[in-house]
Design a protein around this ligand. Structure first.
Ligand SMILES: [Fe+2]
Ligand SMILES: [Fe+2]
Length: 173
């Protein structure tokens, strides 16, 4: 059993995870247009990660027998000022997501729903990594600005990012 409040919050967060993917898809296509294929690759991988985060929530709702509600996904911003603008918006977005995960955790703790607390811990860890990755991107782009052709070095490095499915991201989905 999952409380009505947690059911609503997890459904909302599932949508937020899909939205994150949508937001990163907008960034990936903007970067593709600029022929920064490595940066675009990094964000296309990020889209897959966000989809996996959403699907993991769907799996959880189904597993505990809670009502699944597929909410409308908003249209993301699709215009950006620069690569740095994209990197900064990525960090801001991940910080926002972290705060949203914490809010769900607050409810789970108030309700002493230990299985949901356990489930959400994965997202707490994941968000730490997500913020670290976004911060890392900002640093790389900053450093690149001081070197001639620096952005292209970073671009070729980011071309190497590959998607690694998460353990509970079932094959069926
Ligand atoms: Fe996520
Ligand atoms: Fe994320």
């Amino acid at each position: 059993m999952l409380s009505e409040k947690l059911t609503a919050q997890i459904n909302e967060q599932m949508k937020n995870e899909f939205y994150s993917g949508y937001f990163y898809l907008a960034m990936a296509t903007w970067l593709s247009k600029k022929k920064l294929d490595g940066f675009a690759n990094w964000f296309y991988v990020q889209v897959k990660e966000e989809r996996a985060h959403a699907m993991k929530m769907l799996d959880y709702l189904v597993t505990v027998g809670a009502e699944v509600d597929l909410l409308a996904i908003e249209r993301p911003p699709q215009e950006f000022e620069s690569v740095m603008d994209i990197c900064q918006k990525t960090l801001e977005h991940e910080q926002l997501v972290t705060s949203l995960i914490y809010k769900i955790m607050d409810t789970a703790q108030a309700e002493r729903d230990y299985k949901t607390i356990q489930f959400l811990k994965w997202y707490v860890d994941e968000q730490m990594e997500e913020e670290e990755n976004a911060q890392g991107l900002i640093e790389k782009v900053k450093t690149a600005a001081d070197v001639e052709g620096g952005l292209f070095y970073v671009d070729s490095e980011l071309a190497g990012r590959a998607y690694h499915p998460i353990a509970s991201d079932g094959d069926s989905k």
